[in-house]
Structures are given as structure tokens and as C-alpha cells.
Write a protein that binds this ligand. Structure first.
Ligand code: MN
Length: 418
């Protein structure tokens, strides 16, 4: 599919992240106004809440966009998702007869503040990137035991915290926690010294389930995708993670990009999961291309300095798709809800510049990175800004996500008197 032309001129630039082919969903406010639903088109946002209130969008009996999150649309399912996308495309396409009436409902993105685009019901994070699992396992347990025996059979995950999922731009406070290095005789309580990122994609569940679902049904349940940074305190993690997995190391914050890119915009970029080392059991078998070809990169900017690109990889490096993760999540009968967020797991490629965490890039701190400013980093320093970006490359257009960015603030004074 080529670039679809819009009467919003900036959307027709072949390198703009938000052409008419994309139409991602966000929640925005302008000075003195309440947050409301909007769709990105070029440099502008269409105020969807206002468009519905004025009768330009009329999908079901009740209003869908009078609350500042997209969950009411998400729970409607694919027919209403497609009807909205069709209507928005009609309103914003070049030559639209409604241009004159819609133009006053556009807001410049430069004047908007972005908010969480949906209410996160629950957040589950997976560990389904093979190169990441191989790298981290090698560092933590040695090359022979790098991949746990279950790893090639199920997408390993843990239940994370919905309460600390934040939108891009939110500042991230360095956490305190219990730390114990391999040579320490006792643990101590201190700010994390090995605070890190994880480059991930987030899949957002639209349709709820009650009982096990197939991989195909799981794919149909997914509403869209965001970029996701699973902030991780490696020193807290190393001490706490056995035997139940990460807990406080991952609870400080998880950042997401502000625009939910609809699955429909990503259809042309579907690609296959890799060849299987061992055959998957039937309920997790691949039933079609369910990964996406999305270029990803990470930049790091020390306070007041220019950003350096520290990693480049692609979502096609995952071993398990979000659909397989979601199907696995339901095998126990676990109900899934509208607004559930699934982190893919850190996405790393096979070579060093493709590693999606500082833990891997600096190999546990043994090989610090040199930034363009000349400074070196093994982990995040106070004041550093970490930014994830991603885009799928079409013929004459791209599908972007918007930045997923966060600046790390110094730890607060010790939170307890004694
Ligand atoms: Mn993670």
C-alpha cells in the first residue's frame, strides 16, 4: 500500500511518523483544557472527542470518546475499530468534502501535552527475546545454563505493576532498594547503582477473554501497540529474583509512547517468528505472521548534552509473538481485560549494537559505552534522558510511534528515619 494522501499537508511527508496510513490514538490537552481523545495526523491532532460531540463521528448509540482514555472503543471489538478508522480516513483524506468543518478541530501537536492514552488494567512483562535471554542468562548463570529449560517451550513472564505505567515524558525517580553484590557478606539498603532500560514493545488487549484462547483468537483480541521501556534496577533484581522472578527491580516505572498504533496500520509489516529449535505444543503453534517489521532505536542524552544512539534493533527479533504470549497467559483460565498491557520482553539482535539494555551493551558494567560527548556509561546516571523510537518502513511512508522518553532524577533522601 502506498502513502495515502491527506489534506493535512505535513502528513504527506514520506518521513513523517503520522501519515494517513497510521492514525494512532492518544489523549492530549492544551493549556487550560481537560485531557481528551485525539488522533495524530501529520504535525496535528484531530480532537476526536470534539468531532464526536459535534456529530462528525457516530459509531454506536452511546458516546465513545467523552472520557480521557480509549478503553471504551477498545472493548467494542474489531468491527467498531474498523468503522472508526474508516470514518477518520474519510474525514482526513485529500479531497474530503468535510475538510472545512473538520479543520477547526485540529490542534498543533507542538501545543499539546500528552497523557496516558488508556487506563492500564494490568501489566504483564515477558522475557521472549532470544538474544536478550541468552545474553542475560550468560551473565547471571553462565553460557551453559543461559536459556532456562522452559524457555523454548513457553514465553516466560511475570505479573508487573499497572500502577507505575507512565506516559513518555514522565520523569523517573532512581529507586532505593536492597542490594547485595556477589562479594558482599550482607545486603544493604541504598539507591540503585545499576539502573537500566529495557527496549520493548507493548501490546494492548482490546477484547476481554474468560478462559483459554487460541493464538489466532489472541491476535484478534489485540487492539494496538506502543513502545515500552521497562525501567530495571539490575542490582535489586540480581538479589531478589530467585525463585519467583523480578519484583521491586521492575516496579519503579514502565514508560510507554503516547500514541497507540492500531493493528490495522501495522498489517503491511507483519512477519514470521523465527524457525523453532523445538516444536511448540499445539496451543502455542504459529498460525501465521504475527510479529512486525519495526525498526527500533535507543538514544541516551546526559543532562544538557546531545543524544547518542546506543542501540538499533527490530521487533522481528522476538522468539514469541504478542499473540502467543497472550494465548499462553490464558491457558490457566486467567481472564484478560480491556486495557491489559503485555510487554514483549527486551528486544536485542544478534550483534553488540543491537542490544536493548545497558546490562547487555556494557556486559554487566565490564565494557562501558562511550557517548558522543566523550562521557562513558555502564548504567544510567542522574540527569540522563533515555529515548526509544520506532518505525515501520513502507513504500513512500513510515508508521511511527512517537518517542518513549524519560529522564532519571536523583534518588530522594533515604525514605526511612532509621
Ligand atoms: Mn522487561
Amino acid at each position: 500500500m502506498p502513502l495515502m494522501k491527506s489534506w493535512v499537508a505535513s502528513a504527506n511527508d514520506a518521513t513523517h511518523p503520522f501519515p494517513l496510513n497510521n492514525l494512532p490514538y492518544g489523549v492530549f490537552s492544551t493549556e487550560g483544557s481537560h485531557p481528551r481523545c485525539g488522533v495524530a495526523i501529520g504535525d496535528m491532532i484531530l480532537d476526536v472527542t470534539a468531532a464526536e460531540a459535534k456529530g462528525f463521528i457516530d459509531l454506536i448509540e452511546e458516546p465513545l470518546f467523552d472520557l480521557p482514555f480509549w478503553n471504551p472503543l477498545m472493548e467494542q471489538g474489531p468491527a467498531v475499530w474498523a468503522a472508526l478508522r474508516n470514518r477518520l480516513t474519510g474525514l482526513l483524506a485529500a479531497g474530503s468534502e468535510e475538510q472545512e468543518k473538520i479543520e477547526p478541530l485540529l490542534v498543533a501537536q507542538a501545543e499539546a501535552e500528552m497523557h496516558m492514552p488508556f487506563a492500564v488494567s494490568e501489566y504483564t512483562d515477558f522475557y521472549a527475546g532470544r538474544h536478550h535471554a541468552q545474553n542475560v542468562g550468560t551473565m547471571f548463570r553462565g553460557p551453559e545454563n543461559a536459556l532456562p529449560p522452559n524457555w523454548l517451550h513457553i514465553p516466560i513472564g511475570y505479573n508487573g505493576r499497572a500502577s507505575s505505567v507512565v506516559v513518555s515524558g514522565t520523569e523517573i525517580r532512581r529507586p532505593w532498594g536492597q542490594l547485595k553484590g556477589p562479594n558482599d557478606s550482607l545486603p544493604r539498603f541504598a539507591p540503585s547503582q545499576r539502573f537500566d532500560i529495557e527496549l520493548e514493545m507493548g501490546a494492548i488487549v482490546g477484547i476481554p477473554s474468560d478462559g483459554p484462547v487460541s493464538v489466532q483468537e489472541a491476535d484478534d483480541m489485540i487492539f494496538g501497540y506502543v513502545l515500552l521501556n521497562d525501567w530495571s534496577a539490575r542490582d535489586i533484581q540480581a538479589w531478589e529474583y530467585q525463585p519467583l522472578g523480578p519484583f521491586q527491580a521492575k516496579a519503579t516505572a514502565t514508560s510507554i509512547s503516547p500514541w497507540i498504533v492500531p493493528k490495522a496500520a501495522l498489517e503491511p509489516f507483519r512477519c514470521n517468528t523465527p524457525e523453532r529449535d523445538v516444536e511448540l505444543l499445539d496451543h502455542l503453534k504459529d498460525v501465521g505472521p504475527m510479529l512486525y517489521d519495526i525498526d527500533l532505536q535507543v538514544t541516551m542524552a546526559p543532562e544538557g548534552k546531545a543524544a547518542t544512539t546506543i542501540a538499533r534493533t527490530n521487533y522481528n527479533q522476538m522468539y514469541f509473538s504478542a499473540a502467543q504470549q497472550l494465548a499462553h497467559h490464558t491457558t490457566s483460565g486467567c481472564p484478560m481485560n480491556t486495557g491489559d498491557l503485555l510487554g514483549s520482553g527486551t528486544i536485542s539482535g544478534p550483534t553488540k549494537p543491537e542490544r536493548g539494555s545497558l546490562l547487555e551493551l556494557s556486559w554487566g558494567g565490564k565494557e562501558p559505552l562511550t557517548l558522543d560527548s566523550g562521557e562513558t556509561r555502564s548504567f544510567i546516571e542522574d540527569g540522563d534522558t533515555l529515548t526509544l523510537t520506532g518505525s515501520a518502513k513502507g513504500k513512500g511512508y513510515i508508521i511511527g510511534f512517537g518517542d518513549c522518553s524519560g529522564t532519571v532524577l536523583p534518588a530522594l533522601p533515604k525514605p526511612y528515619k532509621r
